[in-house]
Design a protein around this ligand. Structure first.
Ligand code: CDP
Length: 206
């Protein structure tokens, strides 16, 4: 089973790359950030503790209407620092990686896929980054495209806060796996990133 792991900070282009690679190879894609967002949304909605929300997590929670909201993103990074929450979501992610629905391969994007979820030597691991300014610009433009009226400085500050929380937590902090391929996407288009990743995969699987 081929497993592609794509980790990195917020709005670095992980999701876009993961979707393109999955479509190209006919693999299944799991956005693991959506799991943490769903737990955060559930705990905000029901008042359950993050631990309880994670234990009761069901695939239906991924349909919550507020999953992409900034409030939920911030709360996701708070619940994601709770070890019991991460432990409750681990089996689901590993099962998906080892037995993806289509049976060909899996692409998982997140923060700890290469370091904790699928740390095995045959996982092909990417660590995708970009400068804070480039990432904030992308997120700002995404929000404008969705019809929202974001404040650029607020988008940047919230992203910096979330990245710091993700990188500094004790359990599964955001960091590259020792054998990860590093891709700095600051000056690159989505197309450039996709081709760079394809070239790296060809180099690994030759
Ligand atoms: O889309 P964006 O990159 O802004 O965020 P996301 O991938 O949806 O992740 C939301 C939050 O979930 C992150 O800030 C992390 O705190 C957490 N997360 C995590 O801890 N581990 C993962 N594998 C994926 C996400």
């Amino acid at each position: 089973m081929t497993i592609l792991a794509i980790d990195g900070p917020a709005a670095a282009g992980k999701g876009t790359l993961a979707k393109r690679l999955a479509a190209h190879f006919g693999y299944d894609h799991l956005d693991t950030g959506a799991l943490y967002r769903a737990v955060a949304s559930r705990s905000l909605r029901t008042g359950e503790t993050p631990e309880h929300a994670a234990e009761r997590f069901a695939v239906g929670d991924l349909g919550a209407g507020d999953l992409r909201a900034e409030k939920v993103a911030q709360h996701a990074s708070v619940v994601a620092a709770v070890p019991a929450v991460r432990a409750a979501l681990l089996a689901f992610q590993r099962d998906f990686a080892r037995r993806p629905p289509g049976g060909k391969g899996a692409v998982l994007d997140g923060r700890d896929i290469g370091t904790v979820v699928c740390p095995w030597p045959d996982t092909i691991k990417f660590f995708v980054t970009a400068s804070l300014e480039a990432r904030a610009k992308r997120r700002y433009e995404e929000l404008i495209a969705k019809g929202e009226s974001p404040i650029h400085a607020a988008v940047l500050a919230e992203m910096a806060e979330r990245d710091a929380r993700d990188a500094q937590r004790a359990t599964a902090p955001l960091k590259p796996a020792p054998d990860a391929i590093l891709l700095d996407t600051s000056g690159m288009t989505a197309e450039d990133v996709f081709h760079a990743a394809l070239a790296a995969i060809a180099g690994k699987t030759r």
